[in-house]
Ligand binder design. Structure first.
Ligand SMILES: NC(=O)c1ccc[n+]([C@@H]2O[C@H](COP(=O)([O-])OP(=O)(O)OC[C@H]3O[C@@H](n4cnc5c(N)ncnc54)[C@H](OP(=O)(O)O)[C@@H]3O)[C@@H](O)[C@H]2O)c1
Length: 248
């Protein structure tokens, strides 16, 4: 397999780390961005041990939109060209708290939508100029329909989905591919406190394997694992009269 140049924002995420490990085994070079320097250092040395050619890390917090142009410029300067950019950071908001705590709700909404959208925007000019590569963003199946149990998160991920859809149409004409990744339940720190159904909960490595295949095959939208495409099809098409009475 050809070595890739990989740029990851939210590189300390369980899913992103699993993706990075797969590309490290191919001898890829990385720029890894996240808010926790110590975690980044551990991941960087693990990737080098697994075969990465070079790893540079950079600390950045998701609400620091002003420094995004500098961040992306320096990633492109380091890597030359970017074969794969992955935007992975996010939080799972406490929906009950969000209903009573407006600043918390807005902050969570911004982390999951505005921040990801701003990252895509900051990369757009670079991808247009190089005329190839894949820009992948992690949304969620939750973005397919606002559910009573988590609509702050769902609405934010829905914004990411719509934005990526438009950007895909724009960048396609320039030779660049946009991949929207919609995982279902994944066993990462984000869901560690939740009592998720084991049969529907995937490992980060299972998700990473699907992401790698989707990048290679230039998939537009990836539901991962595959059965979430069918689950969400049912949820999307449930009549509103039924849907609003459900506890989904
Ligand atoms: N796990 C699931 O079931 C699931 C399902 C669907 C979609 N997703 C999406 O998958 C993506 C990755 O999540 P994950 O499951 O891998 O969870 P995770 O392991 O908990 O990772 C979350 C990542 O987001 C970062 N982050 C959180 N708030 C941030 C902020 N304000 N600024 C910058 N970085 C911030 C975290 O940084 P720290 O390491 O510093 O905390 C961490 O890197 C997210 O977009 C999530 O919404 C997850």
């Amino acid at each position: 397999m050809k070595k890739k140049n990989v740029f990851i924002i939210g590189a300390t995420s369980g899913i992103a780390e699993a993706v990075a490990r797969r590309y490290a085994m191919q001898g890829s070079s990385f720029v890894l961005v996240a808010r926790n320097d110590a975690k980044l250092a551990v991941i960087a040395s693990d990737l080098v041990a697994r075969g990465a050619t070079a790893v540079r890390t950079q600390v950045w917090a998701g609400d620091d939109l002003a420094s995004l142009p500098r961040l992306t410029n320096s990633a492109w300067e380091t890597l030359g060209t970017v074969d794969l950019a992955l935007i992975a950071h996010g939080t799972l908001p406490d929906q009950v708290r969000a209903q009573d705590d407006l600043p918390y709700a807005v902050e969570q909404f911004r982390t999951n939508s505005e921040s990801a959208v701003a990252c895509m925007l900051a990369m757009t000019g670079h991808f247009e100029a190089q005329g190839h590569g894949v820009l992948a963003v992690i949304g969620s199946v939750a973005g397919d329909r606002g559910r009573g149990s988590n609509y702050v998160y769902g609405a934010a991920k829905s914004a990411v989905d719509a934005f990526a859809s438009g950007l895909r149409a724009q960048l396609f004409k320039k030779g660049v591919h946009v991949l929207t990744i919609k995982p279902g339940f994944v066993a990462t720190p984000m869901t560690a406190e939740l009592d998720l159904p084991a049969a529907l909960t995937a490992t980060p490595d299972r998700i990473a394997a699907d992401i790698e295949k989707a990048v290679t095959s230039r998939r537009n939208v990836l539901y991962t694992p595959w059965f979430w495409a069918w689950i969400m099809r049912i949820i999307r098409f449930l009549p509103t009269a039924l849907f609003k009475r459900s506890n989904l």
